[in-house]
Design a protein around this ligand. Structure first.
Ligand code: ZN
Length: 203
């Protein structure tokens, strides 16, 4: 399986990192070795100094698909969850400045935290889904899928022009504003609505 991620999909987040709004989805990949499941702790790596949390709605693909039209994209998933796209921000700034690829800062081991997946039938409207991240009990990120620049269906359609989607592939749909650093000892809790999907420690 593969992990596909969308960058700059919320206007306020794009602006907080001083990025222009993208005319089409910004796409990058993580390998399956990046996955961190079951609320296991995130161990801060030693190759960078500033690791940021990015809480994101994640979608699991359940059908093989290529060149999927936006109006049919909803047929390709029936479960969502919550993830954190950990980013070595200082390393990313360095790579971006040099025009180099992002894998070292975005796709390292443990950089793709995933919750359990649940049926989309549990939610009234996927286009109006609030989600949030607390650190040590304080809300740090608070988003709603209605603020996505590209909807889940538009994202799936766009990605599938370039990459065949396979059963089990996971899509990170972008983070809202409020990204920031984590430090050893922090407890991260992620919510969709009021329901807690993530609860793990930084080590
Ligand atoms: Zn992200």
């Amino acid at each position: 399986m593969k992990v596909l991620c969308i960058g700059r999909n919320y206007e306020k987040h794009a602006k907080e990192l001083k990025n222009p709004l993208p005319p089409e989805p910004v796409v990058f990949l993580k390998p399956d070795s990046a996955l961190l499941r079951n609320n296991q702790p995130f161990f801060i790596p030693d190759f960078a100094n500033d690791f940021h949390h990015e809480v994101e709605i994640i979608v699991k693909i359940n059908r093989l698909g290529k060149n999927i039209a936006p109006e049919f994209a909803h047929r390709y998933y029936d479960e969502i969850g919550l993830g954190i796209d950990f980013t070595a921000r200082d390393l990313q700034d360095d790579l971006r400045e040099k025009g180099l690829p992002w894998e070292k800062c975005k796709a390292f081991d443990g950089s793709a935290v995933i919750s359990d997946f649940v049926s989309i039938n549990r939610f009234k409207d996927l286009r109006n889904l609030s989600f949030s991240l607390k650190i040590n009990g304080d809300i740090r990120q608070n988003g709603n899928t209605k603020d996505m620049i590209f909807s889940i269906d538009q994202v799936i359609s766009h990605i599938s022009k370039f990459f065949t989607l396979k059963i089990g592939d996971i899509i990170y749909t972008g983070t809202p504003a409020g990204v920031g650093s984590v430090k050893i000892g922090d407890i991260l809790e992620g919510f969709i609505g009021d329901e807690r999907f993530l609860n793990f420690e930084i080590k």
